[in-house]
Write a protein that binds this ligand. Structure first.
Ligand SMILES: Nc1ncnc2c1ncn2[C@@H]1O[C@H](COP(=O)(O)OP(=O)(O)OP(=O)(O)O)[C@@H](O)[C@H]1O
Ligand SMILES: [Zn+2]
Length: 650
């Protein structure tokens, strides 16, 4: 369903303009030609010497001279015309008098007044025409109104444009659930408020291109049955100062008239960049626009029923002000789908084409790691086109396989750059984090682990505190340090000390930060004692926290550094111990990660306990995962195609 692409007359109006200018020029030519015809005297045309001969022979009865144009009548009543030479011929007048020709001097013939006006005004007419078309175009693209310059370009999509519901959105259930509350609110804002729900104002969807952010926003509108306005952040960014701001104002006015409704701002980073991040005053306009956006968001009462949903794949560049409570208070990650998600997305799109019986969504999903929902939609579309070209009634697996290759080649596809070897390393890295966490009782339980790349990280392990933590204990800190180091340690244990990847740079940063805070802020180093060595500055927000050391002696500074180093080394040691003692579990979890890409905390626990993963999803369940204690020789595992026996069912 790509019908949300706006029918933008992009090149059309240029074409129109060219056609109209062409017509005008052609008209002008015709008019001037006609003009020439009518002013020209009839009769045959003679050269000057022929004319002079006729005069001398006495056949000419009468001439009229206008400037250099001569027209005349012969004695036999035929007419003629001729042109005089530019320099007056001294022979002519005597010859005319000698032949007794009737001579009439007429004032020089000027072009007709219309012709004159037309020629003179042609450039102006052209300019007017161009201006007219440009203006008309601007009005068209900016909705109604005479000068639609400051008008918002928001497009309103109603159910006419195809109703989209959550059924159309597959494989991103978590994001869907997080947004469910907004649907409830929009369905009946007053009831929601009465029941005491916290009224949402805006949500920020974060995710790479094509993961279905737009789709999700539309589905919310579809589920709630409210109008959906869509606009792109770049539509606000104009050359002229003030235009963007007035567009924002206009957009909100429009939205208020149709509340409850959803306003979807795609690419919000185009306006929402951190203020003052750029150089020069080229950003004045953008800043004004952003300020206006903030003002509007603060201005409307939450129960007015306007929900603003914004999408970005660069949350890191957003202005912190946008993320303050009461603005985009909900931040929802829309991840790339894992295998299960890809199966579901493929199924959603396969519903729209007639399938041959041999088509297996799961096999396709296995072969498309890293593809976004948009890539998968594209894949199904390509396959259907291919089948149509071959004159087939049903789309068969062969076409899907071909289409897959085509999509892979056609997109700059990130995970394609990730070689199987890198993928394997990532799997062991994340498995390392996860296992250390499981074996350190003080750490938070794992929510999930994934090797699907997102936002610069190759994979990640997400843990979820069982309760809100207000204070942390020393043992939890140690456990965290160990599990943060677990990723790099797993790489060392499996691939050798020399082979470790740069993928752990984020971990090392995190470990250092944690260790520093333990030493300097929380007084957890015995050597330094419970003193605060650090002064906090600025907002601890979005990573913009800054800290500074007090003026301190050199020895203290050295001691701090060595304590930080010691803590990190301790973590490294603990992780190494856990992982070498439980290397079977490491293989099992890494193997399962390669197989399924995303594992839940329970699944990891089960694997670590030597049990099966416990999924019963068709083909996948038949796949033997090299769990701890299985008969697959240990040495072989890291060398398999994916550290795994050949996938079953494929
Ligand atoms: N989770 C999904 N389920 C079903 N279809 C999807 C999904 N994600 C993407 N698609 C398909 O891909 C198309 C494009 O997705 P969409 O425009 O919503 O992505 P996006 O995240 O908004 O991308 P961008 O950041 O480029 O704007 C959708 O119209 C849909 O056909
Ligand atoms: Zn890591």
């Amino acid at each position: 369903m790509n019908d949300d692409k706006q029918p933008d007359g992009g090149n059309n109006w240029m074409k129109n303009l060219v056609i109209w200018v062409g017509i005008l020029v052609a008209l002008a030519l015709v008019v001037s030609l006609i003009g020439e015809r009518t002013t020209a005297s009839p009769g045959k045309s003679l050269s000057y010497s022929a004319f002079l001969n006729q005069v001398k022979q006495g056949t000419v009865a009468k001439v009229e001279i206008a400037g250099t144009v001569v027209s005349g009548t012969m004695k036999d009543n035929s007419t003629f015309r001729s042109n005089l030479p530019a320099v007056v011929d001294p022979q002519l007048m005597p010859a005319l008098t000698a032949a007794n020709v009737d001579v009439v001097a007429k004032p020089e013939e000027s072009p007709s007044i219309w012709q004159y006006l037309l020629v003179q005004s042609l450039p102006f007419v052209l300019m007017l025409a161009i201006a007219f078309f440009v203006l008309r175009q601007m009005q068209k693209s900016s909705g109604s109104g005479a000068m639609g310059f400051g008008k918002s370009r928001a497009k309103m999509l109603t159910e006419k444009h195809g109703k989209i519901t959550f059924d159309d959105v597959a494989g991103i259930d978590e994001a869907r659930e997080e947004l469910q509350e907004i649907v409830e609110f929009l369905k009946d804002p007053t009831k929601f408020a009465r029941l005491g729900g916290k009224i949402p104002k805006g949500a920020l969807l974060v995710g790479s291109p094509g993961t279905g952010k737009t789709l999700l926003a539309r589905a919310i509108a579809g589920e709630a049955g409210v109008p959906f306005f869509t606009i792109s952040g770049s539509d606000f960014v104009e050359m002229f100062v003030g235009v963007g701001a007035s567009r924002v104002r206009d957009m909100f006015e429009q939205a208020k008239r149709s509340a409850p409704c959803i306003v979807f701002i795609d690419e919000i980073d185009a306006v929402g960049r951190h203020r003052g991040a750029g150089l020069g005053n080229g950003n004045d306009e953008r800043e004004q626009t952003l300020n206006q956006l903030l003002v509007e968001m603060d201005g409307f009462e939450a129960n007015e029923g306007i929900i603003i949903i914004a999408a970005t794949n660069r949350p890191d560049v957003l202005d912190p002000a946008l993320l303050r409570p009461g603005r985009f208070d909900r931040r929802v990650t829309v991840p790339l789908p894992d295998i299960e998600g890809r199966v579901q997305i493929l199924q959603v799109h396969m519903k729209k084409v007639p399938l041959a019986p041999d088509v297996d969504a799961r096999t396709l999903a296995r072969g498309t790691p890293g593809m976004s929902g948009a890539d998968l939609a594209n894949l199904v579309n390509e396959a259907a086109l291919m089948a149509a070209r071959l004159g087939k009634r049903l789309v068969a697996m062969a076409q899907f396989e071909l289409a897959k290759d085509r999509v892979i080649m056609g997109t700059e596809w990130k995970s394609l750059v990730m070689t199987p070897e890198e993928k394997r390393m990532t799997a062991y890295h994340e498995a390392g984090h996860a296992l250390v966490r499981i074996h350190e009782p003080a750490s938070d339980p794992i929510h999930k682990a994934t090797i699907i790349p997102r936002g610069g990280a190759l994979g990640m392990v997400v843990s979820m505190p069982e309760r809100d933590n207000y204070s942390y204990h020393r043992d939890k800190m140690y456990a965290d340090l160990a599990s943060v180091m677990g990723g790099r340690v797993a790489e060392e244990v499996i691939f050798g000390y020399d082979k470790v990847s740069s993928g752990a740079s984020g971990d090392i940063q995190q470990a250092t930060k944690l260790a520093r805070a333990m030493v300097m802020r929380w007084g957890m180093s015995d050597k330094l004692g419970p003193l605060e060595y650090e002064e906090q500055q600025g907002e601890t927000f979005l990573g913009y926290s800054q800290s500074q050391r007090h003026n301190m002696s050199n020895e203290t500074a050295l001691l701090i550094d060595s304590e930080i180093k010691r803590l990190i080394e301790d973590g490294h040691k603990r992780a190494t111990q856990v992982l070498t003692e439980n290397i079977d579990q490491l293989h099992a979890v890494a193997g399962a990660l390669l197989e399924y890409e995303t594992l839940t905390g329970d699944e990891i626990k089960r694997l670590a306990a030597g049990e099966g993963i416990g999924r019963d999803d068709g083909g996948a369940s038949a796949t033997p995962i090299p769990a701890a204690g299985t008969s697959i020789p240990k040495t072989k595992r890291p060398n398999g195609p994916f550290g795994n026996p050949a996938p079953a069912g494929a």
